[in-house]
Design a binder for this molecule. Sequence first.
Ligand code: PLP
Length: 372
Amino acid sequence: MGSQQNLRTPGPTPLPPAVREALAHDMIAHRGRQFATILRACTDGLKWAFQTQHDVVILTASGSGGLESVIANTLDPGARLLVASMGYFGERMARIARAFGVDVVQFDVAPGQAIEPDLLVDRLRAEPNVQTVFVTHNETSTGVLNPLRELAQAVRQVRPEALLLVDGIRSVGSVAVEPEAWGCDVIVAGSQKGWMIPPGLTFVSISPRAWERQAHSRLPRFYFDWQQARRAADEGGTPWTPALSLFFALEVALGLMHEEGLAEIFARHRHLGQYTRDGLADLDLRLVADPRFASPTVTTAYVPEGVDAKKLLRSLEQNHNVVLAGGQGQLEGKVLRVGHMGWVQQDDLAFVLHALEVELNSAHTFSSGSRR
Ligand SMILES: *Cc1c(COP(=O)(O)O)cnc(C)c1O
């Protein structure tokens, strides 16, 4: 495995040296005092990054496990859930909900578009039986950041008592959220995105209104029962054996985040998003996202006509050690995606853009050559 790899997929993301060191720590007893201290530090640090006083539970699972926990803890069999989807990951939430017997009302927008608050208002008005709404804050397949505050306002305007569930896996920690002020009841995050640690933990913030719903909701749950997680955390532990190494890493990573400062982290991501978009536009690549809602954490661009996306990604890796991602769902084979979330600086992206320029030039030479 080349340690010189410039890993710029949307996730997992690279690890700072201090985090890698923490991962090498020997095991400890997960029911002991030492773990209780680490768990408390991690929970407090997460609340700081989520900018919330709501409870935040930490579950050992990838982000999709966090999303599944949201369905299992807030809904009833046959309940109607409005899923506002901007692409592949919104679609995933709809699939999880359907697997649990939830009646999904899907509200789709075209790839690259954000959800319009006015359209959400109309849709909710047309669905009087919907008491739960789900939105993705940042859709990773298209690189679109929803106007979450305005969408939350739209929900509150039409249905003040409804529960608003948010996939914040590609935003929280790198992009500002304000769960209380905006009225977001549940927000899910995932460790391998902006948190500078490996995959395997998911973080869920839960409002008092969501806890109330949880107490009465009737879908089956066991491993992902939030109540169990909260009760165990109050006593300094987790209900099941946690991914201990990831907690060691998280405590260190949150310390690094604290040193940088939350406002500075958010500003760095906004800047790197703009830098990446400008660089790709300079290479004449067309961006998928509506520029008004372009993501600070991931950029998706169409691969030029006549260029094979898979080949391009392969030559970036072979010739430059640059690893980007291809498209998902409808966009498969048509786009490339650059991640700029977590432990990333402008130099890393300058390198990516340069490699892309070299490979696009040679791909164009080849394709025009073969046409002759
Ligand atoms: C990565 C991601 C997920 C899925 O998380 P996994 O950790 O792969 O299970 C869900 N939603 C969004 C927006 C993501 O970026």
